[in-house]
Write a protein that binds this ligand. Structure first.
Ligand SMILES: Cc1cc2nc3c(=O)[nH]c(=O)nc-3n(C[C@H](O)[C@H](O)[C@H](O)COP(=O)(O)OP(=O)(O)OC[C@H]3O[C@@H](n4cnc5c(N)ncnc54)[C@H](O)[C@@H]3O)c2cc1C
Length: 312
């Protein structure tokens, strides 16, 4: 049986596409290479999201849970650990291939975000040796922070927001290599009004400890050493992404290496649409709300493509 639509990726864009597809009664399958939730669950589960309408503040993993529950309530089929490796033109159908399966589809929506992503590392002495022993790339659950000295690294919104989360339960510091943060004014204001200790214009000389992290040596702008005690370092300096699949799938890309789409979120390939962080256009803003908006458009376009309603 061919699905009306196969959606690749179960981040917020893919889940929203699934919700819209099921609302149109399309037979729908979402394939996810890891587990449901995308960046929200993999990169910042504990962070609060303040800019998703209807929630003053919601933890990232809870927002993802809600999207997941809504998709499931509409009988959207979701298969985890199914990494899509190819999309082939079949006889009037598209064949979506994963490592161990093939699925027939009348249309496809690509919502793979940044593809396979991993947190960016600092490559500082001691970092690799102490990874998982106090050096971390995402903020653990709040209850695991209590009583620990937590040090956040980074100057963007997420590093600040994670520091603010940690500050509610334990002693927290933030280290940034520049003199100013690269974050929303509201976050900087909240940080300045909190008890989080700030080390600005500082780089890392080393993460110290044998079996576990015990301290971090920083270098200030005058190259003076500062040693701060630490039980947990959380490094939040960006992510590296692998979007090589897009070229292999024969998609037209922008100069940023992301998918070029029409206004209806169609790609250059017949029956294939895209949405979310994987898509690029002038003025693109990579946010949950924009990805979900694009997903609604991509889904309606897939619906028109597959069902060919008289009004379309
Ligand atoms: C630290 C941080 C904080 C952020 N904070 C906010 C915020 O407060 N508010 C906000 O609006 N936005 C925020 N964002 C941005 C937001 O997370 C993204 O815009 C959003 O996650 C994009 O959703 P997506 O569904 O397009 O992609 P993703 O969330 O990246 O999901 C894509 C999914 O596709 C899967 N996938 C990849 N390749 C394949 C494949 N070949 N086969 C099958 N599945 C595949 C991935 O495993 C992933 O689950 C933040 C981002 C970061 C990094």
């Amino acid at each position: 049986m061919a699905y009306d639509v196969v959606i690749i990726g179960a981040g917020p864009a893919g889940l929203t596409a699934g919700i819209y597809a099921r609302s149109k009664m399309m037979s729908t399958l979402i394939l996810e290479s890891g587990t449901v939730g995308g960046q929200l669950v993999a990169l910042y589960p504990e962070k609060g999201i303040h800019n998703y309408p209807a929630y003053e503040n919601i933890q990232a993993r809870k927002l993802s849970d809600k999207l997941y529950a809504q998709a499931e309530s509409l009988d959207c089929e979701i298969r985890e650990h199914q990494k899509v490796i190819d999309i082939i033109d079949g006889d009037q159908k598209l064949i979506v291939k994963t490592q161990d399966n093939e699925y027939e589809a009348n249309s496809v929506i690509i919502a793979i975000g940044m593809g396979e992503f991993a947190p960016r590392k600092m490559d500082a002495p001691g970092e690799a040796e102490l990874e998982g022993k106090g050096v971390n790339y995402f903020l653990p659950l709040k209850e695991h922070l209590v009583g620990k000295k937590v040090v956040l690294f980074g100057g963007g919104n997420s590093a600040i927001e994670m520091a603010m989360v940690a500050d509610t339960v334990t002693e927290t510091a933030i280290v940034h290599r520049r003199p100013e943060f690269r974050a929303d004014e509201i976050n900087v204001k909240n940080l300045n009004e909190s008890a989080v200790k700030q080390y600005m214009s500082c780089s890392v000389k080393s993460f110290n400890g044998t079996d576990k992290l015990t301290s971090i040596t920083l270098l200030d702008q005058d190259k003076k050493e500062i040693e701060i005690p630490a039980d947990l370092a959380v490094i939040n300096i960006g992510i590296t992404a692998d979007l090589g699949a897009l070229t292999r799938w024969g998609l037209d890309l922008t100069e940023n290496g992301l998918v070029k789409c029409g206004f209806d979120m169609s790609t250059n390939r017949h029956g294939i649409f895209a949405c979310g962080d994987v898509v690029d256009y002038p003025g693109k803003y990579k946010q949950i709300i924009t990805g979900c908006g694009e997903a609604a458009t991509a889904c309606l376009s897939a619906y028109k493509f597959v069902k060919k309603p008289y009004w379309a």
